[in-house]
Design a protein around this ligand. Structure first.
Ligand SMILES: [Zn+2]
Length: 264
């Protein structure tokens, strides 16, 4: 049922990181779209390659679709490497039993963000109301583990903010409406500009996942890396130590998406 969070969406990169050419994921979405990315937010000071000053290189590791049977392994690696990450979580029948792991996730300094409750494109993208009802349901399911006083203001749309799969269910302007709603409701949506391509069929190996990430980083100083945390993505967890060390060696610092600067 998962694995739907493929690298989707149309080439854009408009509200994206300054100077970054829209590269990104080239895998086909479920439908027919290509290439991704867009981070509504952008980071200042990341592209000043000519000033002579060392550019601020930052990587935001993000995990979608958890928590899952893989989460503890991911958390163990993040802890061993001493780096934070962001988890865009869901709460459907197949992963709800893992929600208590969010307590540890929060305790260890990671950011919990919203993805979807059901992850069912057909229902969540039927209408804006359907989407926000689903998100509210998710928030309620998280309450025992992420208390209400910890406001969660970050979200990632399944398929990304420019996905076209949603058009089948909610019409061609559904994402436009949802993006406007997000803003008026005080949410920041976060896409990605580096995709691990780890939720495709065929279960890519850890080394394939590692190579996908490094290839897509290219010369980006700001990287929002999309990975998955599901029962089926154990190879992502296996690749993670090497991925983290690669970013460390390349001079990146690690942060959570609440520190992405929102574009004016
Ligand atoms: Zn997803």
């Amino acid at each position: 049922v998962l694995g739907l969070c493929l690298c989707a969406a149309a080439g854009l990169g408009m509200h994206l990181l300054p100077g970054g050419a829209p590269v990104g994921c080239t895998q086909e979405d479920l439908a027919d779209t290509r290439a991704v990315m867009a981070v509504q937010a952008s980071v200042s000071g990341s592209t000043d390659a000519r000033s002579g000053a060392a550019a601020d290189k930052v990587v935001y590791l993000t995990f979608d679709d958890g928590p899952s049977a893989t989460t503890e392994s991911v958390l163990d690696t993040l802890k061993a490497e001493g780096v934070p990450a962001t988890f865009f979580v869901m709460a459907a029948d197949n992963n709800e039993e893992y929600l208590p792991l969010l307590e540890r996730t929060v305790q260890e300094g990671h950011l919990i963000a919203l993805h979807t409750c059901s992850h069912d494109y057909k229902s969540i993208y039927k209408s804006p109301d359907a989407y926000w009802d689903d998100l509210q349901k998710l928030r309620e399911k998280l309450l025992p583990y992420v208390p209400a006083d910890q406001e969660i203001k970050w979200l990632r749309f399944p398929g990304g903010s420019t996905n076209t799969v949603s058009h089948r269910y909610g019409g061609s302007d559904i994402m436009k409406k949802l993006k406007a709603d997000a803003e008026s409701r005080g949410f920041t949506y976060v896409d990605w500009n580096v995709c691990a391509e780890d939720s495709l069929g065929g279960h890519p190996s850890a080394s394939t996942i590692y190579n996908n990430i490094i290839r897509e980083v290219g010369d980006k100083n700001t990287c929002v890396v999309l990975m998955h945390d599901t029962n089926a993505t154990k190879n992502t967890a296996a690749a993670l130590p090497d991925v983290i060390r690669w970013f460390k060696n390349a001079g990146y610092r690690f942060d959570t998406v609440d520190h992405l600067e929102k574009k004016p």
